[in-house]
Design a binder for this molecule. Structure first.
Ligand SMILES: *Cc1c(COP(=O)(O)O)cnc(C)c1O
Length: 494
């Protein structure tokens, strides 16, 4: 893998062509001279078709992906994405449709949106769903704007604070801050539930709501969820559910039943629409009947008539407005619908049960070497610590990098912030026991290497297309364009 591959520019030789354009068979256009290019095009690589194909195929294989191996990146739910979803999303009736097309010609697409709204509502217990937001973070932002609109609509203008536990994902406080609220941080108790005494001391007539992830970012179910919701509601606040971890409770717990008023679903996590590389994703949102009038539109409703059901767009009465052009990321909605309908009710519950079983299997197999951050049965992910018993001078980062040499994508590391040296492992339900055992074996081998040959870990990865990167420099001084001199410098390590 480490053999040097010349970049495509260095393979170029003058005059070589990768494409043959046919003879012009229409009259040449008479373009105004001031629009014509004055100089020859230069600086482009000239290559044959096989050279170009090999170049792009080679670089496609440099990325780790779920189609080549286990990707236990905690919090991200990197489960396998079934290929039938891609076929469904590419059906000409879905892929070729135009969002401005008349509703009468878009009935199939509108029906799919309507059914997905209902499916998501059914799973969560909520009364209404909007599929507009493009990501979990945008779903959060939508929810907090809805909270604000709800309070203001009742003439309650004093609610300026959102409570966020210290275990929260960074998007939660960022969302509340962006929506203009003051973020009030809540402490966790020793079992990493919300500290009830701390919550009570911070609730007030200024409380607009609370944002809670359940199971939380340590993969732990909030054991006092009903008490937390009761207290927040008693203070006049609303409960926001960060549904990024919904995979753990699909078909088992309905968020509305335990007191949530609003939640986002990450369709790209729980419902296997592809994610990574900046999107597109989908952060659909659901809520109670009281908040439904404020949801972003358009939503889809069914109209029954003598000749059968039809589907039409509508805007909720007091809508906060659009969050996204047209109907959200429609291709993602097709994939999520396909996933839900190919698994069915029983299959979806099995997803959650298997995801939880797999995470606990890893916890049980590795807990003797890698101390769990919290000694509790976990949900769909487990947070272990990279502080190996009896080993000094090896960091969590070294362990993560060494895993790459064994063919695994590293887990999420150093998150959540309240767990020092965190290794956050989310195997998902789509890994076989054989794969889980191979991962466990690699982690156990790495623990022994850490004690016997720590330099192997410090040097890792040695088997990947690139070695350990200077991540700070990569972020501060990104090299986004090919420059032969700079490339040579980087290659020589200067
Ligand atoms: C992934 C995640 C988010 C953000 O979702 P995006 O779709 O990446 O914007 C929020 N909270 C938690 C707990 C998450 O894991």
């Amino acid at each position: 893998m480490n053999t040097y591959e010349p970049p495509i520019f260095e393979l170029s030789s003058p005059g070589k062509q990768g494409a043959n354009l046919p003879e012009l068979d229409v009259p040449a256009a008479d373009l105004p001279t001031d629009l014509l290019r004055q100089d020859d095009l230069t600086g482009f690589p000239e290559l044959s078709e096989p050279e170009v194909i090999r170049h792009y195929t080679r670089i496609s294989q440099r990325n780790f992906c779920i189609d080549t191996g286990m990707y236990p990146l905690g919090s991200c739910t990197m489960k396998y994405n079934p290929k039938i979803h891609e076929e469904a999303a590419r059906l000409p009736g879905f892929a070729g449709i135009h969002p401005l097309q008349d509703a009468g010609l878009s009935q199939g697409a509108l029906r799919l949106i309507y059914e997905l709204q209902n499916d998501l509502a059914e799973m969560s217990g909520f009364d209404a769903v909007s599929l507009q937001p493009a990501a979990g973070a945008q779903g959060e932002f939508t929810g907090i704007l809805v909270f604000r609109a709800y309070h203001l609509d009742r003439g309650d203008t004093e609610r300026t604070e959102i409570l966020v536990p210290d275990a929260a994902h960074g998007t939660n406080p960022a969302t509340a801050g962006m929506a203009g609220f003051k973020v009030v941080e809540l402490k966790s108790d020793p079992r990493v539930n919300v500290d009830i005494a701390d919550l009570k001391s911070k609730l007030s007539p200024r409380t607009a709501g609370m944002m809670l992830t359940n199971p939380n970012t340590l993969g732990l179910f909030e054991e006092q969820i009903e008490e937390v919701s009761r207290l927040v509601h008693a203070a006049g606040g609303l409960m926001y559910g960060d549904g990024a971890n919904f995979n753990a409770i699909l078909g088992v717990v309905k968020p509305q039943d335990v007191g949530f008023d609003f939640m986002h679903y990450n369709l790209h996590k729980t419902f296997t629409t592809p994610h990574g590389g900046g999107g597109p994703g989908s952060g659909a949102v659901g809520c109670t009947a009281a908040l439904a009038p404020f949801l972003p539109g358009p939503r889809v409703r069914q109209v029954d008539s003598a000749s059968g059901a039809t589907y039409e767009l509508f805007n909720p009465a007091k809508s906060i407005g659009r969050m996204k052009t047209f109907h959200g990321n429609f291709g993602m909605l097709v994939r999520a619908w396909t996933y839900i309908h190919s698994l069915g009710e029983v299959g979806l519950r099995e997803v959650a049960e298997t995801a939880v079983l797999n995470a606990n299997y890893i916890r049980a197999q590795l807990g003797d070497l890698y101390p769990p951050a919290v000694d509790r049965i976990c949900m769909h992910e487990v947070v272990l610590k990279g502080q190996l018993r009896g080993v000094k001078g090896v960091r969590t980062l070294d362990i993560a990098k060494r895993l790459i040499d064994y063919g695994f994508h590293p887990p999420t590391i150093y998150f959540p912030l309240i767990a020092p040296e965190a290794l956050m492992i989310e195997p998902t339900e789509t890994e076989t026991k054989r794969n889980l055992d191979a991962f466990v074996a690699a982690m156990r081998t790495i623990a022994h290497e850490a004690a016997e040959h720590p330099d192997l870990l410090h040097a890792a990865p040695t088997e990947a297309p690139v070695r350990r990167l200077d991540e700070v420099r990569a972020a501060r001084q990104p090299v986004l364009r090919y420059d032969a001199d700079k490339f040579a410098q980087l290659r020589n390590g200067s």
